[in-house]
Unconditional design. Structure first.
Length: 87
């Protein structure tokens, strides 16, 4: 079965926003590595759409190491995690 990944406009905006944040607070190489890692993850999701784990988060109290967006029409999401060594 062939799968197609649709990256919504909001997700693209969030990734660009995070890339700009990294560019300003780190450097261009790190920002490019972050965006490339997201592209690699998207390609992996197309190849293996069931990978990972679906998790329901009860409450986010600290966003120091994560970025979250909410959408009232969507009750599931994909969380991408990157370690410092990945970027």
């Amino acid at each position: 079965m062939n799968y197609r990944l649709v990256v919504k406009d909001r997700a693209t905006q969030d990734l660009r926003h995070l890339g700009n944040y990294i560019l300003v607070n780190a450097n261009a190489d790190v920002a490019v590595k972050f965006l490339n890692a997201a592209e690699v993850m998207f390609a992996q999701l197309v190849k293996t759409p069931g990978m990972g784990k679906v998790t329901q988060l009860e409450k986010l109290t600290s966003l120091s190491h994560s970025h979250s967006t909410t959408n009232s029409s969507c009750n599931s999401f994909i969380s991408l995690s990157f370690t410092k060594n990945d970027i």
